[in-house]
Design a protein around this ligand. Structure first.
Ligand SMILES: Nc1ncnc2c1ncn2[C@@H]1O[C@H](COP(=O)(O)OP(=O)(O)OP(=O)(O)O)[C@@H](O)[C@H]1O
Length: 252
């Protein structure tokens, strides 16, 4: 059984069929790319996978568990985490706290314990500090744990977003244009980080990206969307040379 199985997914906004009959299977541990021209429906697919939009048609299964009809918090608990096209960090919070907020997904101490700061509270907080620091270390951000998120350079803010998503302990990580706004050096570094994340956190990754160097460099399989429907699917060397895909990108 594939980790993610999506069949016949579709959604309309008024008269616009934004996504139609979208079908995808992603095996555990895969690095999968979802690409396509602007407005093709890629982010809408992410919004359906994460419960932001409820699809009009189709099924979504993660490890065999149905996701359609669950809300975003329930889907996060099931094991799906995401980052956004535009950075959505808690800008006035420290780097460490940005990650700790996501760890609260699994904190189990009682309201009583936290209100009265009982010993269990401090023990749990210390454990969480350490877990957050361990995650940050993978991104080389542990040294900046106390820095305010908004004071990090752009490339590091993007990494912090990925670190925060990982703190929810996902099976499936969705990255929406992780290289957007990055310079070539930052993008090259990000490519290594994404590969490291997949291996170190034993996570499956589906990413949307316009940077074809990144897509060709790290994705093992691709699906191309165009006007809400699948244009092509396959390995990058085949898909990126497909004349229909080239034409869609050039807008001919
Ligand atoms: N909430 C909404 N209401 C109305 N139309 C929407 C809504 N969300 C998305 N759309 C439309 O659905 C289509 C697909 O949009 P989407 O953002 O998924 O494209 P995309 O492939 O992610 O594009 P980009 O690469 O530019 O981010 C667009 O025509 C968009 O305007």
């Amino acid at each position: 059984m594939a980790l993610l199985e999506v069949n016949g997914l579709g959604i309309s906004f008024g008269g616009l069929r934004a996504v139609d009959d979208f079908t995808i299977r992603i095996e555990k541990g895969m690095l999968y790319g979802l690409i396509g021209p602007n407005g093709a429906g890629k982010t809408t697919v992410f919004n359906m996978l994460t419960g932001v939009y409820r699809p009009n048609n189709g099924t979504i299964k993660l490890d065999g568990e149905n996701l359609v009809g669950k809300n975003p918090a329930q889907i996060c608990q099931t094991g799906v985490a995401r980052t956004f096209q535009n950075i959505r960090l808690f800008k006035k919070m420290s780097v460490l706290d940005n990650v700790k907020v996501a760890l609260h997904n699994e904190t189990k101490y009682s309201l009583w314990t936290s209100m009265f700061r009982l010993p269990g509270y401090f023990k749990k907080e210390k454990e969480m500090d350490q877990r957050a620091l361990d995650i940050l270390a993978v991104f080389g951000l542990d040294g900046q744990a106390q820095v305010m998120a908004s004071n990090l350079p752009y490339g590091q803010q993007r990494k912090l977003e990925i670190a925060r998503a990982l703190a929810t302990n996902p099976k499936l990580l969705l990255l929406d244009e992780p290289a957007a706004g990055m310079n070539p050096n930052e993008t090259a570094e990000l490519m290594e980080t994404i590969k490291l994340v997949r291996d170190k956190f034993d996570v499956t990754i589906l990413l949307i990206e316009h940077d074809m160097k990144l897509v060709a460099g790290i994705c093992e399989y691709l699906t191309v969307l165009n006007f809400g429907t699948e244009l092509a699917s396959g390995t990058p060397d085949v898909v990126l040379h497909d004349p229909a895909v080239v034409t869609a990108y050039l807008g001919e």
